[in-house]
Design a protein around this ligand. Sequence first.
Ligand SMILES: Nc1ncnc2c1ncn2[C@@H]1O[C@H](COP(=O)(O)OP(=O)(O)OP(=O)(O)O)[C@@H](O)[C@H]1O
Length: 258
Amino acid sequence: MANTPLLKVDNVGIQFGGLKAVSGVNVELYQGELIGLIGPNGAGKTTFFNLLTGVYVPTEGQITFGGEKLNGLAPYQITRKGISRTFQNIRLFGDLSVLDNVKVAYHSLARHSILSSILRLPSHFSGEKEMEEKAIDFLKIFNLDGLKDEAAKNLPYGQQRRLEIARALAAHPKLLLLDEPAAGMNPQETKELMDLIAFIRKEFNLTILLIEHDMPLVMGVCERIYVLDHGQLIAQGSPEDIRNNPKVIEAYLGEEVS
Ligand SMILES: Nc1ncnc2c1ncn2[C@@H]1O[C@H](COP(=O)(O)OP(=O)(O)OP(=O)(O)O)[C@@H](O)[C@H]1O
């Protein structure tokens, strides 16, 4: 593990009116880690992702990524710095093809210029072709290449979730944020997804932060886990530590923790 964290979140919070949705949160993620973020409904997990990705600007604290301050950057600037995400409620372009959904992500990083596209220079066509080939490579990893011309909205739920991850990967992230990637999946799909997440982490040298309600899943794949409750971190540690932590058990009272 490197000594400098890839992501350093220092005392970060955000207040909406009188509600402190996230407050005083400290998180450090190191290159290559697969880390879980859990907490009961309304704990602030998605808001935390929104803070990391520039959807919200923190009202307190500082976020540093690769040594650079992120506070105040727009979401597209943060994507370019290397943070990509998926959403709890799938946000694909439903009427676009599976392939175009991935290509859209690629466009933001494409090397060929807008001018060459407008003038339809040879570099435009070679750029497009290269982009398409790369997009298909991503689809292959997710076993979606056979569906590349299908409208995204026609895919079954589990495949839409996988497509969202393929699209996030196409932006070449260093840090991938997954918001409940297994939501709505059956146990077999969930198992396959977890294997896939482990594979892409290695293949693309990724660091992954994963929000997930499926406890066995989180405990099974994550090296460390952070627990949010009412906007504050109440615990962090190995799955074993978290499973036995009284504060966590209390926060989840009546729910399954192990
Ligand atoms: N833009 C906003 N304006 C006002 N309140 C907000 C806003 N965004 C989030 N909140 C509030 O912040 C709190 C945390 O919500 P958040 O969606 O982050 O929780 P969560 O842990 O992701 O929950 P779940 O597991 O149900 O998805 C909630 O009380 C929510 O209503």
